[in-house]
Write a protein that binds this ligand. Structure first.
Ligand code: BMA
Length: 821
């Protein structure tokens, strides 16, 4: 077989104009126009509004090419488009090959004998907004309020039409690789890699193969399976194709793959080759991990469990929900993806939910999840709206599902297939259902068919080794209490959308919390990229344009004044918004981890952004860590110290995700903000594996009263040997009422082997110490941390490239809570 990529420099024009302009493929109209300086950057200010016409217009992309002799020598040639976004008409040398209507499908056309010396490939793209607007007039489909209506008519990422964190900029273009493939005799049509194990720990890999043959005599075909172990050792097996439809190999000395925090991410490379004699006809490669993943749902005293069990170990899922990392997907580089996924792993996350309003992600994404040990909960790409119910739509989705399940089912990281985002809740809880309306009832029947029959059937036949879940959130029983606490997963939005205080988290005991969140502004450096100085005000037109969740900025301010004092300026407000988010989510996660026998995981809405915006993300569009991401690194630690504070009562807990018991020491003090100790003690303990261990509980009612409660704090420290691992500070009064004094922050910076150490010490309590370097982004080992009176904390960071220690000292900025007012 031979391939020839057609990616690279093309030309494009707005249809029916004569101005052909240079284009990049894969790419899209917006990014091509932007590169030419024809449109302003839609992410800055409100430029988004000026470019709305683009997705209403039609566009044509064109390339001319010669076919390589290697490809031409093959018996058959195919044009393969891995992704066309979305309504495309593809013509080769003036002849229409076909029309497309699904960005998630791969489109292939036989083009044997269609080539000339020089060939012209043209792809016309119809404006997606014009299309859905017309369709919406024919048949109304409910869509999310923050989006261009009618997106559900098109198999295109729902969030492309806008979301409550995303711009309305539907991309258009060739968004994945495009190439000519040539084959002779036969090709591999499908290969299903599966794992088999017996009770003695013997693991075998089996591959079920489907061959597409152009020649009837298949006796000469052979299949070779090569398995390369993590240490590079190879095992090979060659079989005559005529004898078998599958090929299998017993793995010598198997090395298991584990999620982050539970063991190594051992990965095997598997290569499948189809040959005749000595010539290779086709081949495929797969990265796999040896593991079992089971979604355990068993009746218990609270209802039914919802626990991911990996290699027999019940895992508390710690993670986030993932959205597309750029509103223009072809701009996402592998380097940036790795940075984001490594950031997730660095914060001790072990699961990402690829949310249904976005994409089936790229191969690079899943490669990275495999390597960093992040389990993937994969939604099918449907979210928050109503979709057509006709047969043609269902068939389009069926093919899309088969293709994507086949593409991803071998992945070590793949933990779950899920039907959609929040659509069952829509039908049950959000008044979508209207029993009187026949049209609506047909659409509901369409939902039932799609998510309770069609998609589970695809998963059962194409990937029987992975569980299917109908919707997030769901109880697993169709249309029955989809967002309850007895069974299934839960999305909890009473905090934020429902305006409840963070303490409401402690009233919920989900079996698995797959979404909950609170917004923050992005870091000030990021705001500066979209808001001019005169717009840097929370309720300015531009700041509200970069806020898509209703009155979100007001919500942040409301909750901010419950917790903190009025900030003295805009930069302080940005800092407080990030602290508020970090505090709120910490409060929830610590509670749910303390109840890990009942709650089996928490996924924070959301880890990333697709442009610069106020949102629930912990990493902003540029990947900058908000205070929440640093907090996640602490509250998702394998051994968590937490204090359940309730008035004058303080209960110390240690929650462990380790598989063996852990000996440690807790030191605690009741002291004032200046460090005068009222009472202190220490306690040795053994934390049980995979459990919460209550350590000690106190009621300080006799020591803390209305006169001193704004000065007294409870400090708990977690120690292992002579190493202080974590410090937790709890309060008896709202933080805004604390009688803080200037902490006299001192930072000593030193450098060794390209690692900077910041030794932060204080005289009196400094909550939420923030370190920052002017002019450069660095990820510190910790940030936005508390330093109790008289204490010091060491934080490290890599030395920025080309920087000296002196430069770092000059560029360093430090602040703590008292500096915000
Ligand atoms: C959930 C998500 C998203 C949304 C988020 C915040 O509903 O599934 O649709 O962005 O809440 O509102």
């Amino acid at each position: 077989m031979h391939q020839q990529s057609l990616a690279g420099q093309w030309t494009f024009r707005q249809l029916d104009t004569n101005e052909w302009m240079p284009a990049t493929v894969p790419g899209g109209v917006h990014t091509d126009l932007l590169a030419l300086g024809k449109i302003p950057d839609p992410f800055i200010g409100d430029n988004e509004k000026q470019v709305q016409w683009i997705a209403n217009a039609d566009w044509e992309y064109k390339t001319t090419f010669k076919v390589s002799s290697d490809v031409l020598k093959e018996e058959k040639q195919f044009l393969v488009c891995d992704g066309l976004d979305t309504l495309a008409e593809v013509s080769l040398n003036g002849k229409l090959l076909g029309k497309t209507d699904n960005m998630y499908r791969q489109w292939t056309w036989g083009v044997t004998s269609a080539f000339k010396e020089t060939n012209e490939l043209s792809i016309i793209f119809r404006g997606p907004v014009a299309y859905v607007t017309a369709k919406q007039k024919e048949k109304y489909l409910r869509s999310p309020g923050e989006s261009i209506p009618g997106g559900g008519h098109l198999r295109k990422a729902p969030c492309h039409f806008g979301w409550d964190w995303g711009p309305m900029l539907p991309p258009i273009g060739v968004w994945k690789d495009i190439r000519i493939e040539g084959y002779t005799t036969a090709k591999i049509v499908d290969a299903h890699v599966r794992q088999y194990r017996d009770d003695d720990g013997v693991i075998a890999i089996g591959v079920d193969v489907k061959i597409g043959a152009f020649t009837l005599d298949l006796d000469t075909l052979s299949l070779t399976l090569t398995l390369i172990a993590p240490d590079g050792t190879e095992q090979t097996l060659k079989e005559n194709w005529a004898d078998r439809k599958s090929i299998g190999i017993v793995v010598d000395d198997p090395k298991l793959w584990w999620p982050n925090g539970y063991g190594e991410q051992n990965l095997y490379q598997l290569k499948l080759t189809l040959e005749t004699g000595t010539s290779v006809l086709d081949s495929r490669t797969y990265q796999i991990g040896l593991r079992t993943i089971e979604l355990k749902r068993e009746p218990d005293e609270w209802g039914e469990s919802f626990t991911f069990v990996v290699n027999g170990v019940p895992v508390f899922a710690k993670g986030s929900d993932w959205i597309p990392a750029d509103a223009f997907p072809t701009r996402i580089t592998d380097t940036h993806l790795e940075y984001l996924i490594k950031s997730a792993a660095d914060a001790h996350m072990n699961m990402l939910r690829v949310w249904g309003g976005g994409l089936y992600e790229s191969e690079s994404f899943y490669d990275l999840c495999d390597r960093y040990g992040l389990l993937v909960w994969q939604d099918f790409t449907f979210a928050c709206g109503i979709y057509p119910e006709d047969d043609a739509f269902a068939e389009n989705v069926r093919i899309e599902a088969i293709e994507n399940v086949r593409r991803l089912r071998h992945r070590a990281s793949l933990a779950l297939w899920c039907g959609n985002n929040e659509m069952e809740q829509g039908w049950v809880d959000w008044k979508w259902n209207d029993p009187q309306n026949v049209e609506v009832q047909n659409l509901k029947a369409g939902y039932d068919r799609m998510f309770h029959h069609l998609l589970p059937a695809v998963v059962a036949s194409e990937d029987p080794d992975t569980s299917y879940w109908p919707s997030s959130a769901s109880s697993g029983i169709p249309f029955s209490e989809p967002n309850g606490m007895q069974r299934g997963d839960m999305h909890y939005w009473d905090v934020w959308h429902g305006r409840k205080p963070f303490t409401a988290y402690r009233t919920t005991y989900p079996r698995f919390m797959s979404e909950f969140g609170f917004q923050a502004l992005p870091p000030y450096k990021t705001i500066q990229t979209y808001a001019a100085p005169e717009d840097q005000n929370m309720t300015s037109y531009i700041m509200e344009h970069h806020q898509r969740s209703g009155s979100g900025n007001g919500l942040m301010i409301g909750q901010m004044t419950d917790t903190f004092r009025m900030p003295k300026n805009f930069e302080s407000l940005v800092y407080l918004s990030m602290l508020l988010q970090a505090e709120g989510i910490r409060y929830g996660v610590e509670h749910w981890r303390r109840h890990r026998n009942r709650v089996s995981g928490t996924l924070i809405w959301q880890i990333n952004d697709c442009w610069q915006v106020a949102s629930w993300s912990s990493l902003d569009y540029f990947g900058r860590w908000k205070a929440l991401h640093y907090a996640a690194k602490r509250f998702y630690a394998p051994v968590l110290l937490s204090v359940e504070d309730d008035g004058t009562r303080m209960a110390i807990h240690v929650t462990s995700d380790l598989t063996s018991s852990w000996d440690g020491l807790v030191r605690w003090r009741l002291e004032d903000v200046a460090g005068n100790v009222i009472i202190s003690d220490e306690h040795r303990f053994t934390a049980d594996p995979l459990a919460d261990t209550p350590i000690q509980a106190f009621d300080f009612a006799d020591k803390v009263n209305d006169t001193n409660k704004r000065k007294v704090v409870f400090v708990a420290e977690l120690w292992k040997g002579d190493k202080k691992i974590e410090t937790s500070v709890s309060y008896f009064a709202p933080i805004k009422h604390l009688a803080l004094a200037d902490p006299k922050l001192k930072v000593n910076v030193s450098l060794k082997d390209n690692t900077l150490t910041f030794d932060v010490s204080v005289q009196s309590l400094a909550p939420f110490v923030e370190l920052a370097l002017d002019g450069v982004d660095v990820v510190f080992s910790d940030n936005y941390f508390d330093v109790p009176a008289g204490q010091s904390t060491k934080v490290t960071a890599p030395l920025p490239k080309g920087w000296t220690l002196e430069q770092v000292k000059k560029a360093l900025h430090v602040r703590s809570l008292i500096d915000s007012y």
